[in-house]
Each structure stands twice: as C-alpha cells, then as structure tokens.
Design a protein around this ligand. Structure first.
Ligand code: ADP
Ligand code: MG
Length: 281
C-alpha cells in the first residue's frame, strides 16, 4: 500500500506491502548472472559483442529502456528513486539529463553503465537485455564499449597523460601510444601528452580523463556531472569535447544539475520526482 507523500516528494512504500519488486541479489551473489552457472572462462562471446571499436556495432539504438524502476531500502521503507522510466539514445546523439541533487541521476547512469543491476524493468544495451549478459560479457562491455567520465578526474598521478589515456587499452592487453597521441591531437591536447597530472590544470585533467574514457572507442560515453568541478570556461571546453565525441559516433549521455550545461546537448531530459520527462525550455 502506498504511504501518503507530500506533493513533489518521492513515493515511499513500506517494505512488507511494496508492490514494486526490484530483483535483489541474494547475499553474496553478484547480481543476476551467477558466475557458477555461466562461468567467465570459456564462455563464447556472442557475435554482437565481438567488436574492436564501438562505432563498429550494428545497433543504432545504443540504450533502450522501458519501465525502469529502482528503490532503495531505508530502514523499513523503500524509497522509490526511479519510477517507470522509458528512455533511449542512439549513436552520435548527445543527450543530457538535468535534475537537482538527489533526484536519481547517478542511480540512472549506474544502471546503464552496468554498475548496478538491482532494478525492475527492461534495460537493453546494444540490443541485449542486461540481465541476459553474464559477468564476462559485462566486463567486456564496460572495458570496450562504455566509457565513463565522473566529476573528479581520477587520473593516476604517477603516469603521464598519454600513459593514463593508454591504460584502458593496456588492460585489454594492447596499448599503442600512437593511438593515444592521435586522440590527444584530435582534441588539440598533444602539448600535454608527456606531462604528469600534477603539472596540468583542472580542466586539462578532466579532458584527459575524458580521452581515457574514449580510448577504446566506446559506443556509449557516460558522463556523471563532468563539469561539476570546473569553472565556466573549462565546462564549456568539456561540453565541446562531449559534442565532438558524439560527432565521432558515440552516444553521449551526460547528467548534470546545471541547466546551462544541459542545454548544450541535442536533447535535454529532466529528472524529477523519480520521473524522466522532456525539459521545458
Ligand atoms: P543524484 O545523482 O541525482 O544526485 P542519486 O542517484 O545519487 O542522485 O541519489 C538519488 C537518491 O537515492 C538520493 O535520495 C540518495 O540519497 C539515494 N541513494 C543513492 N544511493 C543510495 C544507496 N546506495 N542507498 C540508499 N539510498 C541511496
Ligand atoms: Mg549524482
């Protein structure tokens, strides 16, 4: 039974009477794909995931979501953070989601970015339902096909910018400084290739982190408040970069609490009261 809630507040459900039933992992279980049943080793990768570069993927719709709901348990209550959301984003699109702090933006991104698999509804990445992916497939998607940019840059301080950018390729067993340098040139950043994070500005750090996210050619770039720590000028530069990334074929999904930043996207959606709607200009 629904508990009374003030206008504008999120709905709260008592745990016992909740009709919303997010699929919860059992204690100790990683999520919906038990490793024992679909082990990481020797599991043939479906053809649709055998990709070198995100832009080689066939699917135009990179993310398709219908009826997504997510609740967090707090004490004896469930707080409904996302309520029956529908959403999609295609290759080459730059979409922003704007909403106040606490409105569920990061929760939304974490589900799409395969960082959280406790929800109800259907989420498809590159045409496949997330719950049908096993852990090794998710790992490949995260490394190759999804790039993440967060509010804080998280560059490794003991490596140069170029080495940081090459890191995701090295994790995949590759690494080719030529490609990293090419990326830096494309974004007019070759001058800082050999510098260490402590030698560059906050804006340059964030841009370097973005190039690291782009290094493996992801089809989807997820940016969670990428300008949250930057001044106006550097925010503008990052937003230009995100647009450029979309121009290279990635679907770029950014969340922000900043209306001005959000308006730089092709499409602006507003997160409010657990719902995702068109933003009124
Ligand atoms: P935003 O990114 O828009 O600021 P979040 O997605 O981080 O919002 O959080 C949305 C709501 O969910 C907030 O009320 C927050 O307190 C709550 N929340 C986020 N993560 C958790 C968690 N792990 N457990 C319980 N509540 C959470
Ligand atoms: Mg957030």
């Amino acid at each position: 039974m629904e508990l009374p809630s003030a206008p504008g507040q999120r709905k709260r459900y008592s745990v016992q009477e909740s009709t919303l039933a997010p699929v919860s992992p059992r204690p100790g279980e990683l999520g919906r794909g038990p490793l024992s049943a679909r082990g990481a080793a020797g599991n043939p990768m479906p053809a649709s995931l055998k990709v070198e570069c995100g832009t080689d993927l066939d699917m135009d719709k990179v993310v398709e979501i219908s009826g997504l709901s997510k609740a967090y348990t707090q004490g004896h209550e469930q707080i409904l953070v996302l309520e029956n959301l529908d959403f999609s984003i295609s290759k080459g699109e730059f979409v922003s989601v704007v909403g106040p702090s606490g409105s569920g933006k990061s929760t939304f991104l974490n589900i799409i970015g395969l960082l959280d698999d406790v929800y109800s509804g259907e989420v498809r990445l590159f045409g496949r339902r997330i719950e049908d992916l096993d852990e090794s497939e998710k790992a490949v998607l995260r490394l190759k096909n999804i790039g993440f940019v967060f509010q804080f840059d998280s560059l490794l301080p003991e490596f140069t910018v170029l080495e940081n950018i090459e890191m995701p390729a090295r994790v995949l067993g590759g690494g080719d400084a030529g490609r990293g340098l090419e990326l830096l040139k494309r974004f007019d950043l070759e001058a800082i290739a050999g510098k260490f994070p402590m030698e560059i500005s906050g804006g340059e750090k964030q841009r370097s982190a973005m190039l690291r996210a782009l290094r493996n050619g992801p089809a989807l770039l997820i940016a969670d408040e990428p300008t949250g720590n930057l001044d106006r000028h550097n925010s503008g530069v990052i937003l230009d970069d995100l647009r450029r990334a979309a121009g290279l074929g990635a679907a770029v999904l950014m969340v922000t609490h900043n209306d001005e930043a959000a308006r730089r996207a092709d499409r602006v959606l507003r997160m409010s009261g657990g719902k995702l709607g068109d933003s009124v200009p």
